[in-house]
Design a protein around this ligand. Structure first.
Ligand SMILES: Nc1ncnc2c1ncn2[C@@H]1O[C@H](COP(=O)(O)OP(=O)(O)OP(=O)(O)O)[C@@H](O)[C@H]1O
Ligand SMILES: [Mg+2]
Ligand SMILES: [Zn+2]
Length: 533
């Protein structure tokens, strides 16, 4: 395959503005300037590794020198364009300040600036990693920057603009390049692989894109590695292996076990990960990512595709409340900080999982979990399930749709507006022979008008006909809303207690004579959900 002869990052360096990904604002500003002829004599590109600084510098050099005239679309045909692309244009001087820090060289270089260009319109100085120049090298550059000859252009690039003296900064037109979002990188990888006719599994690309942490160059180097590692193709499993990342099935398995409160399965999962020497830090990062996706999925269910969230998360999205997901996310993120302090990484990871279980117990997936299926709910008029084998989730042959399942159903009504409100505030009474009985407290009577809406929503969910009876209660009963409120209060209590017993907090309070203001405590993440008053 062609790719082995040249690194992909080099081979696919954009030669035109239009080929760059993700730097639209900068590209647009440069194009405008070129089109209107408002040329500056010094440009500075800042940004992290591999986001296009050097690439932009070279494109700009072509724009300045293309024989067809100063342009934002260099012709690529003239000898100036071609020799710039090949890096042998006599009037383009590329200096890597990381290796040319000596002032003598800088002075010599700049002395040449006064001479007219040999073949081009402008002499272009590209100084990469300009922050590495020594103080005296900066000083000699400053002189030229202050009174630049008409025929000289400076293009500076740095990953660390803080280290560039203000005197230099103030004489440059500065452009900040952005880190690349993983979606854009993955798309770029896909285009390149297609053009290179290299076989790939598309799930592998986001893995590489994310591991590159915003750098297109790193992504392309990883892609080179992945191709080599996978014997000429890019497949998910070998990429996981190469990156030390965790396969999605393993992660989803952990989530499933969390939702089912299956501690043994969680421990087995950790054990397997230890044996495969997977990175627990990565695993927590990935879990945080999944909790983030699940939260989005709950709030914006119809935007799943545009948000790039895979379908396989759907069955899990009803397992936790928004508040629980916030907590899970917080635990995953915070536990990464604790990992280096843990006796062993695996212990730190295990504790994180147990903390998740403790704080956000969740409920088993519905209805993909076969123990809770619509078959458990008899069609109207059918005999009640009493004679049938007891439903696994209902205690000893009670109604198949038990009080325990009701909250799950209510969660699944997310997005149904007032129908869900009615379900949330009503107390579950029974469900038998296709008749669902709920009870509503007097202060929630305004919800009575949504019975029909709720009935049709439930029918759609359960895929069977249903009759709904809403009884009047004398007082507020055990509704999902009431339970949620209580859980929230319990969590506040827990948070307050664990804070009070925290050795650090205790030390501070005794040392400083301070006091914990309990009203200021919030369980983690609760503030984002707007669920409580
Ligand atoms: N915005 C981008 N669009 C497309 N490809 C890019 C982009 N940025 C970087 N690349 C790819 O990464 C390679 C390296 O980019 P470039 O040399 O411009 O990075 P840089 O910002 O100068 O990084 P460094 O700070 O490490 O020098 C390019 O050859 C190209 O393949
Ligand atoms: Mg560079
Ligand atoms: Zn040209």
């Amino acid at each position: 395959m062609a790719h082995t002869t040249q690194a992909l990052a080099r081979k696919w360096r954009p030669r035109h503005f239009s080929e760059l990904i993700g730097q639209q604002p900068v590209v647009q500003a440069l194009r405008n300037a070129l089109q209107t002829g408002r040329l500056h004599h010094a440009y500075l590109f800042t940004g992290t590794r591999g986001v296009g600084k050097t690439t932009l510098a070279r494109i700009l050099a072509k724009c300045f020198n293309c024989e067809s005239g100063v342009t934002d679309t260099p012709c690529d045909q003239c000898s100036a364009c071609q020799s710039i692309d090949q890096g042998r244009f006599p009037d383009m001087l590329e200096v890597d300040a990381a290796t040319n820090t000596k002032v003598e060289e800088m002075r010599e270089l700049l002395d040449n600036a006064q001479y007219l260009p040999v073949v081009g319109r402008f002499k272009v100085y590209i100084i990469d990693e300009v922050h590495m120049l020594s103080r005296s090298a900066f000083n000699s550059m400053l002189k030229t920057l202050e009174e630049p000859p008409e025929h000289v252009k400076f293009i500076l690039a740095t990953t660390d603009p803080q280290k560039v003296p203000v005197t230099v900064l103030s004489r440059c037109l500065q452009f900040a390049l952005r880190q690349m979002p993983p979606e854009l990188i993955a798309q770029r990888l896909q285009e390149i692989l297609q053009q290179e006719h290299i076989d790939f599994e598309s799930q592998a690309l986001p893995l590489i894109a994310r591991a590159a942490q915003g750098s297109v160059r790193d992504a392309l180097s990883l892609l080179d590695q992945a191709i080599a590692h996978g014997g000429g193709r890019v497949q998910t499993a070998p990429v996981h292996e190469m990156l030390g990342t965790i396969e999605r099935e393993v992660l989803l398995g952990l989530l499933q076990a969390l939702a089912q409160q299956d501690a043994p399965a969680l421990m087995r999962g950790t054990q397997t990960m230890t044996l495969q020497s997977l990175s627990f830090d990565r695993a927590l990062q990935e879990l945080a990512h999944l909790f983030h996706d699940l939260s989005l999925l709950q709030r914006l269910p119809d935007q799943r595709q545009s948000l790039g969230i895979a379908e396989d998360l759907l069955p899990l999205s009803a397992c936790w409340t928004p508040v629980e997901l916030q907590l899970l996310y917080q635990i995953a993120v915070q536990s990464r900080k604790d990992l280096p302090l843990a006796p062993e990484e695996s212990a730190g990871f295990r504790m994180a999982l147990l903390r998740m279980l403790a704080f956000a117990p969740g409920t088993a997936p519905w209805p993909s979990d076969s123990t809770v299926s619509t078959q458990a709910i008899p069609p109207p008029g059918a005999p009640s399930s009493r004679g049938q084998p007891p439903h696994p989730r209902s205690e000893g042959g009670k109604q198949p749709l038990s009080l325990k399942d009701w909250p799950t159903l209510v969660k699944r009504l997310e997005g149904m507006g007032m129908a869900q409100e009615l379900a949330r505030y009503a107390e579950f009474v029974t469900f038998a022979k296709g008749v669902l009985q709920l009870r509503l407290a007097p202060e929630q009577r305004h919800l009575l008008g949504y019975q029909e809406k709720l009935r049709t929503a439930l029918e759609a969910l359960l895929d069977s006909d249903l009759r709904l009876e809403v009884l009047q209660a004398d007082q507020a009963g055990e509704s999902v809303a009431v339970r949620e409120q209580r859980t929230h209060e319990q969590r506040l209590q827990q948070a307050a207690e664990s804070l009070k017993s925290d050795p650090f907090v205790r030390q501070v309070t005794t040392l400083l004579g301070g006091q914990l203001v309990e009203s200021s405590i919030e369980p983690r993440g609760a503030e984002d959900t707007g669920e409580q008053s």
